[in-house]
Design a protein around this ligand. Structure first.
Ligand SMILES: Cc1cc2nc3c(=O)[nH]c(=O)nc-3n(C[C@H](O)[C@H](O)[C@H](O)COP(=O)(O)OP(=O)(O)OC[C@H]3O[C@@H](n4cnc5c(N)ncnc54)[C@H](O)[C@@H]3O)c2cc1C
Length: 488
C-alpha cells in the first residue's frame, strides 16, 4: 500500500474519533469472500504511559526494561502469555556477546554486548538456565562461544526482571491498531479478554518482529519473504554423549562446545555435524522436511532445538498460507522424531518435549528507518558517530565474517522509523540487505538494539520530543552509564 492509499484509508477509519485523529488497522482488504460488515465506532477506556513497547520478545524485553530504568512509565504489550519471543522458540544459542576472536589468531577476546543482555545471562546462570558463555572447542570460525539457554527459565527470569524494573506488563494482549495524529502516534489499540483499550503515550517502540505497529502507523515497509518459516522443537529422551560418540566415530563433528549442563561444568552443550555424520537414509528424508540440526542443550537427555523448515510462496503475513504452513510443520516434526528414533544412536527414545506455539520466521516486514545498515557496514566493521551498540557476529560465518574478527556499530538512525515522529524499532525488522540482516537479526544484536531503543524512547518521553530531536550525547551518556559497550 502506498502512502496516498494509506492516508485515504485512515481518513475513512478515523470516523468517530476526535478531529485530526485516525486509527491504523491491519492490512487493507480489497475483497471479501462473503460481503462486508461495517463495525460501529466505540468509546474505549484509556491508559496513559510515557513509553509503550509493542512486542515482548527478544528485543522488546530489553527495550521495556531499559525504558523503565530510565524512569519512564512503561507498558509492554505482548500477545503471548510470556515474554521471550523467538529467543525461546526458534534458535539454538544466543549469538553472540563476543567478537569472533578465536577464528583470528592474535585478535583479543572482547565482550562487546554487555548491559541488560548480560544481566539476563547472569540471572539465568543463578537458576541453572544457561551453559554460560561456553567457548567453542571446534567450529570457532562460526562463533567463538556458545551461550545456550533453558527457554522456559528464560521466560520466567525475563518476566521477573520486567516486573522488578517497574514495567506494566500486559501479556495475552494484542496490539491491534495505532491512533495517529498526523505523523505522530498518539496511542495504540490493545485487545485482550478485558476488551479493547486505547493506550496513550509519548514514545513508542515497535519490537513485534513483524512491524505491526509501524505498519499500523503508516510506515513504509517491504516483505522480502526470503527465508523459510520454521517450527523448532525441543527433543527429550536423548543421550547426548552417545549421540556425540557416534558422530565423533564417523569423524563428523564440526562444532563442539563444552559448558554448564545439569549443574556440571565441562559438559557437551553444542554439537554440529557435517553431511557424513548421519546415515544416508536419514539425510535423504531429512532433506525433504528441511530438518536442520545444530544441537545445543543445558540439560542431560535433551536437545534444545531441532528445526523443521517450510518455504512459503507468499509472505508470512498471509494468515491462510500460514495456517497451511503450521500444519505442514507439525507433520514434519512428527516425521523428524520418527527418523531420530530409527537412525540415530542415543535417540531411540526421543520424543517431542516442546514446540513453538506458532511458527517462527527470520523476517517478515522490513521497516523503513532513517538509516539502513548495509552489507559493507557489517562486513567492513563500520562504526558510526552515533552508535547505540557494538556487535561482532555474522550468522553466515565462516563464509561471511566481520573483517579481522572485529565489530561494527548500530547507529541510532537505524532504529528511527522513517516518517513517524515518535516511533523507534528494534529487532529482526530493521536492515533490508539480506547479508547485513544475517547479522543484525541475531538474538544478542536484537537485545542490544532494545537497550538503545528503550533508553532513547524514555529520554524522548522525558523531554517531550520526537526521536529526531533527541541529542545523541544524552543517549550515549545514558547508555554508557547503564553498562553498554560502545567502541566508537
Ligand atoms: C528458526 C530460527 C532460528 C534462529 N536461530 C538463532 C540462533 O541460533 N541464534 C541467534 O542468535 N538467533 C537466531 N535466530 C534469530 C533470532 O532468534 C531472531 O531474529 C530474534 O530473536 C528476533 O527478535 P525480535 O525481538 O525481533 O522478535 P521476537 O523475539 O520474535 O519478538 C517479537 C514479539 O512480539 C510479539 N508480537 C508480535 N506481534 C504482536 C502484536 N501485534 N501484539 C502484541 N505482541 C506481538 C510476539 O509474540 C513476540 O513475543 C533464529 C531465528 C529463527 C526464526
Amino acid at each position: 500500500m502506498n502512502r496516498r492509499e494509506f492516508s485515504k484509508r485512515i481518513a475513512l477509519l478515523g470516523a468517530g474519533l476526535p478531529a485530526g485523529l485516525a486509527v491504523g488497522q491491519p492490512a487493507e482488504r480489497k475483497e471479501s469472500p462473503d460481503g462486508w460488515y461495517e463495525e460501529p465506532a466505540k468509546k474505549l477506556p484509556t491508559r496513559k504511559f510515557d513509553v509503550v513497547v509493542a512486542g515482548g520478545g527478544t528485543a522488546g524485553v530489553v527495550t521495556a526494561i531499559a525504558a523503565a530504568r530510565q524512569g519512564a512509565k512503561t507498558m509492554l504489550i505482548e500477545r503471548k502469555g510470556y515474554p521471550g519471543g523467538t529467543v525461546v522458540e526458534g534458535g539454538t544459542a544466543l549469538h553472540s556477546y563476543f567478537n569472533l576472536w578465536k577464528a583470528f589468531p592474535g585478535v583479543a577476546k572482547q565482550q562487546v554486548v554487555r548491559g541488560i543482555p548480560q544481566e539476563i545471562v547472569d540471572r539465568l546462570a543463578k537458576v541453572g538456565g544457561t551453559s554460560g558463555h561456553a567457548e567453542m572447542v571446534s567450529g570457532y570460525d562460526y562463533d567463538s562461544v556458545c551461550t545456550a539457554i533453558d527457554t522456559e527459565l528464560y521466560k520466567l527470569v525475563t518476566f521477573e526482571m520486567l516486573v522488578e524494573s517497574g514495567v506494566y506488563v500486559a501479556v495475552n494482549t494484542l496490539l491491534a491498531g495505532a491512533i495517529m495524529e498526523g505523523s505522530r502516534i498518539k496511542g495504540v489499540i490493545a485487545e485482550s479478554r478485558a476488551g479493547r483499550e486505547a493506550i496513550l503515550a509519548r514514545s513508542f517502540v515497535d519490537c513485534t518482529a513483524y512491524g505491526d505497529l509501524a505498519a499500523f502507523a503508516g510506515a513504509q515497509y517491504t516483505e522480502p519473504n526470503d527465508y523459510a518459516v520454521v517450527n523448532s522443537m525441543g527433543v527429550g529422551g536423548v543421550n547426548v554423549e552417545r549421540f556425540y560418540d557416534y558422530l565423533q566415530s564417523r569423524g563428523a563433528v564440526t562444532q563442539l562446545a563444552r559448558g554448564w549442563r545439569s549443574g556440571k561444568e565441562g559438559q557437551i552443550v553444542r554439537v554440529q555435524t557435517n553431511s557424513k555424520g548421519l546415515p544416508e537414509e536419514f539425510r535423504e528424508a531429512a532433506g525433504k522436511i528441511m530438518l536442520a540440526m545444530v544441537t545445543t542443550t543445558v540439560h542431560d537427555d535433551y536437545f534444545m532445538f531441532i528445526k523443521m523448515g517450510f518455504k512459503m510462496t507468499v509472505s508470512p503475513t498471509d494468515r491462510d498460507a500460514v495456517s497451511h504452513a503450521e500444519l505442514e510443520l507439525r507433520k514434519r516434526q512428527a516425521k523428524a522424531i520418527e527418523l531420530f528414533r530409527k537412525y540415530v544412536p542415543g535417540c531411540e527414545k526421543a520424543f517431542i518435549a516442546r514446540t513453538s506455539p506458532s511458527l517462527n520466521i527470520r523476517r517478515a516486514r522490513v521497516i523503513g528507518c532513517d538509516y539502513d545498515i548495509t552489507r559493507s557496514d557489517v562486513l567492513d566493521g563500520k562504526h558510526f558517530d552515533d552508535d547505540i551498540m557494538t556487535y561482532g557476529f555474522h550468522d553466515s560465518a565462516p563464509r561471511l565474517q566481520i573483517k579481522n574478527g572485529g565489530t561494527y556499530g548500530i547507529p541510532y538512525p537505524a532504529l528511527r522509523v522513517a516518517r513517524i515522529e515518535n516511533l523507534l524499532a528494534a529487532g529482526m525488522l530493521i536492515t533490508s540487505n539480506h547479508d547485513a540482516h544475517m547479522s543484525t537479526r541475531n538474538t544478542v544484536c536484537c537485545m542490544g538494539q532494545g537497550q538503545g531503543a528503550g533508553t532513547a524512547a524514555a529520554l524522548c518521553a522525558a523531554r517531550n520530543c520526537g526521536t529526531r530531536e533527541l541529542p545523541y550525547p544524552a543517549l550515549r551518556d545514558a547508555l554508557l552509564k547503564a553498562g553498554v559497550y560502545l567502541k566508537a
